[in-house]
Design a protein around this ligand. Structure first.
Ligand SMILES: Cc1cc2nc3c(=O)[nH]c(=O)nc-3n(C[C@H](O)[C@H](O)[C@H](O)COP(=O)(O)OP(=O)(O)OC[C@H]3O[C@@H](n4cnc5c(N)ncnc54)[C@H](O)[C@@H]3O)c2cc1C
Length: 820
């Protein structure tokens, strides 16, 4: 056997073994077998065997390996790994990993994805959506709420409290609704389709706040007292973490409490003297109980020997002497209740700490644990409800509005923008449903919640900007007939809250994902922290060599998948979507490979190289969103009508994943590594393209044509045609216009005319006079004209009505008289 042939065989063997993630023993046995073959043909001599023994023996004999390889490497590792702050450790420890872990590990099992149960509503949850949710939607007029009253009406608040809207997460034993995360998501989506103020007001008490914290960490007394009161709406909660000095860096809050003795209800007790200045607190102006985060100090060691106890959460009734609350901020013309609160040396008992004095200093862990769930529900659901509403509204408007004698939705330039809205609507629903579904399976998905929060709110912002462009002046002129402008104004609210998006993309998604999802990194970190040296070496050895095998495997897998454009990799289906699964195999493997390369070359510096971290996080996010699209398609019975929406979503996300990888290589701090791995991952350059014009045309068609695919796009929206529901009216107008078009054509044909498609009431009279229309058909044209005018017209106002401060009229008049 020629030496070159032998080397080639060796490489192929190593590649196959690595691709299939073979164990070290199998590796050693297989290479040993090849050496025997080589010796038989005279290619391998004594030198070859000595080399093999020199590598194989220390690797396979644990005692030698641990003493001579692992121990020195552990020493080095301890030196170069940066210290983790307590808040970082607690953030890493909070929550669980789920499907994103499989994507991160480079070899996703698609059958596992398909087998996750599809979230479903119980009969009780469905009845709530059909009953109380629709009733409260009928009670709300968004223009009245956002412009005239700048608040929900007292009747709406009373109804929300009475029907348990603020208690969707509270257990039944306390009188709450105890809805699944999926049901909460559906309720929020439906509320958003009419009023963002309504969905924000309902979303917050069901997200991170006193209810959630009490259920997880409250003492029995606290639970028995507060939870039934919260469930009945006797208490309105808010939660105050953010202060003027600490927004994103919430762990740095300057608000503090000092454990001390003081007088409480006539007796001397050990309590806390609290001082805080908080802002941006949702529901604070109308709250009755204030959840407060502060740093607790115990200078006199009244609780123990620790002086700085750390972040602590307490529940303070707002009636407590010294609590200042009630003023409002004005968040972007979407005036849900939000405002500041202050307190100076407010003395309260230690029992006010959530979970009692034993939980002093545990506040940060409590918050990040609850946030990993809440962040996946409220903002993604509100955003998804918003995008879906915008998709249906834009589809209807683009079909009804004509310019250059054509519906604007038939123009290619408009189709491009509409396709993005439609694609986002399908994928947002898919991702949100899959994420809330994971919560119902018992997960606390901290990485997924960050991905879903960031990407759904970003897509919502883009969708509403796109919708404004398609609507032109109709979107810009505000008034009771404008269904877009409040969403456009309010989009940055969702971007900013619960982890502002720049921070979420650059620090949280990958920062948490890399450690939590990686099969070995956390184990290495934990092993290095063990105090028993023998246990540390054994644990580090297991993690380290597992890690090395994992990295070698990812290298060969990535190279092979890239070289073959994933043509031979596994997909669970054989239809048009198979190629997307295959491409994801490739990108998943490349992500696993480049994660290890980034960690190995940058070490602790990766945390500061935010843009590298952001791009790796983008790849993970795109894989997560793409798999949610494919799961949705599968869960809904692979409806071929939906295929353009699936194609658009998969192609857009995979294209973005490719871009993120390419930019990662081009900006990799170690240039040689960047250039080398670009060749491994893109041996023939970038192969994926954005969705084609044809696919975009098909998506735009779905959005403008009532059909099953369009109805699926609008599930869980409030589309009833009634006086103050603009979305419902628009849907009706679309159906009426489509019914009128053949009648219009019939009249034009009979009259031998080519009139523009307006004044349909006059066309109706012409049709009747020519005898080509029945009375019923003429009526259809008249009805369509009413809907058409309602759709294209905008509001106008008496200039005096537009003035917020009418007293200016008087002073202006006086000034005019004086001037005269
Ligand atoms: C309407 C509204 C409602 C809210 N409701 C509540 C509530 O109920 N309770 C509560 O406690 N808080 C609430 N908040 C606070 C909210 O969570 C904070 O606004 C948020 O954490 C961001 O803080 P900040 O606005 O001070 O921005 P800053 O922290 O000043 O950040 C400014 C910008 O810098 C970016 N940034 C910061 N650090 C980094 C980094 N390391 N890397 C990259 N980018 C970074 C951020 O992403 C952001 O874009 C609310 C805020 C708003 C506006």
């Amino acid at each position: 056997m020629e030496l070159l042939v032998f080397i080639a065989l060796l490489l192929v063997l190593v590649g196959i073994l690595a691709y299939h993630r073979a164990s070290l023993t199998l590796f050693t046995a297989a290479i040993g077998g090849l050496l025997v073959l080589g010796s038989f043909f005279g290619t391998v001599g004594l030198v070859g065997w000595i080399l093999f023994a020199a590598v194989a023996l220390p690797l396979n004999i644990a005692s030698i390996r641990q003493q001579h390889i692992t121990k020195p490497l552990l020493k080095l590792y301890r030196k170069i790994m940066p210290e983790m702050s307590t808040t970082e450790k607690e953030a890493i420890d909070a929550g669980t990993t789920w499907w994103e872990g499989d994507l991160f590990r480079g070899n996703p099992d698609w059958h596992k994805l398909h087998n996750f149960p599809k979230p479903r509503l119980s009969a009780e949850e469905q009845a709530f959506l059909d009953g109380p949710v629709e009733t409260v939607l009928r009670m709300v007029d968004d223009w009245h709420v956002t412009h005239e009253r700048t608040d929900l009406s007292p009747e709406v608040y009373a109804y929300l409290k009475d029907q348990g809207f603020f208690a969707m997460i509270i257990k039944k034993q306390y009188g709450g609704l105890e809805f699944s995360a999926y049901a909460q998501s559906c309720v929020l989506q439906k509320l958003t389709s009419k009023s963002m103020v309504l969905s924000s007001t309902v979303g917050v008490p069901n997200s991170l706040g006193p209810g959630e914290l009490l259920q997880h960490y409250g003492t029995k007394e606290q639970q028995d007292y507060y939870l039934p009161r919260l469930a009945k709406g006797l208490e309105v909660p808010c939660f105050a973490l953010t202060s003027p000095e600490a927004g994103s860096d919430a762990g740095a809050i300057p608000d503090f409490g000092v454990v001390c003795k003081g007088e409480w209800e006539g007796k001397e007790i050990v309590g806390m003297r609290l001082t805080w200045n908080k802002r941006y607190i949702t529901l604070a102006p109308i709250a009755t109980v204030l959840g407060l985060a502060f740093k607790l100090q115990d200078p006199d060691n009244l609780l123990g020997d620790k002086e700085d106890l750390g972040i602590t959460c307490a529940l303070i009734p707002v009636s407590t002497a010294g609590v200042k609350i009630g003023r409002r901020h004005f968040p972007l013309n979407v005036p849900f209740q939000n405002g500041p609160t202050q307190g100076q040396d407010v003395f309260v008992p230690l029992d006010y700490i959530i979970g009692g004095p034993a939980m002093a200093g545990q506040g940060w862990r409590m918050l990040v644990e609850c946030l990993s769930v809440g962040r996946a529900i409220t903002l993604p659901s509100n955003s998804t409800g918003g995008i879906k509403s915008v998709a249906l509204a834009t589809g209807a408007y683009a079909r009804i509005r004509r310019q250059f004698k054509l519906p604007i939705g038939k123009m290619e330039g408009v189709e491009e923008i509409m396709a993005r809205i439609g694609g986002y609507a399908y994928m947002s629903d898919a991702s949100t449903t899959m994420s809330v579904g994971s919560i119902d399976l018992g997960e606390k998905p901290s990485v997924i919640s960050a991905i879903t929060k960031y990407h759904m709110t970003e897509r919502m912002r883009q969708a509403i900007i796109d919708a404004m462009d398609v609507h032109g002046g109709k979107g810009i002129c505000m008034g009771p007939n404008n269904y877009l402008a409040r969403g456009y104004q309010g989009a940055p609210v969702a971007i900013t809250v619960e982890g502002a998006n720049i921070l979420t993309r650059n620090m949280i998604i990958y920062g948490q994902g890399a450690i939590r999802c990686h099969p070995y990194v956390l184990a290495e970190l934990q092993a290095a922290q063990l105090e028993d040296e023998r246990a540390a070496v054994t644990a580090f050895d297991r993690a380290l060599f597992g890690h090395i095998g994992f990295s070698i495997s990812n290298f060969f897998r990535t190279f092979w998948l890239s070289l073959t454009n994933s043509a031979f990799s596994h997909a669970p289906v054989q239809d048009e979507t198979a190629k997307y699964y295959k491409q994801m195999n490739r990108f998943s493997s490349a992500l696993a490979l480049m994660s290890d390369i980034a960690m190995a070359t940058l070490g602790g510096d990766l945390k500061r190289r935010e843009r590298i971290s952001a791009r790796l996080g983008d790849i993970l996010s795109m894989l997560y969103i793409t798999s949610s699209i494919l799961k949705r398609y599968n869960d809904e019975g692979r409806q071929v009508q939906d295929l353009p929406l699936v194609q658009w979503g998969c192609e857009d996300n995979l294209y973005r994943a490719q871009l993120a990888l390419d930019e990662l290589f081009d900006n990799f701090p170690n240039r040689a590594v960047g250039i080398l791995f670009k060749r491994v991952v893109f041996p023939f350059g970038r192969s994926l393209r954005r969705p084609s014009d044809q696919v975009e045309h098909q998506v735009a068609r779905i959005m403008q044509t009532p059909c099953e695919a369009r109805s699926r796009l609008g599930t869980h929206l409030y589309l009833t045609d009634e006086p103050n529901n603009l979305l419902g009216q628009l849907e009706k107008a679309l159906t009426d216009i489509l019914a009128a078009e053949p009648l219009f054509d019939k009249v034009m044909h009979a009259a031998n005319k080519k009139l523009p498609f307006y004044r349909l009431n006059e066309v109706a009279e012409l049709g009747l006079s020519l005898g080509v229309l029945s009375q019923a058909e003429a009526e259809k044209l008249r009805v369509a004209e009413v809907g058409r005018l309602k759709t294209i017209n905008v509001d106008d106002f008496d200039p005096i009505d537009m003035m917020a401060d009418k007293s200016l009229l008087e002073s202006d008049a006086k000034a005019a008289v004086q001037a005269a």
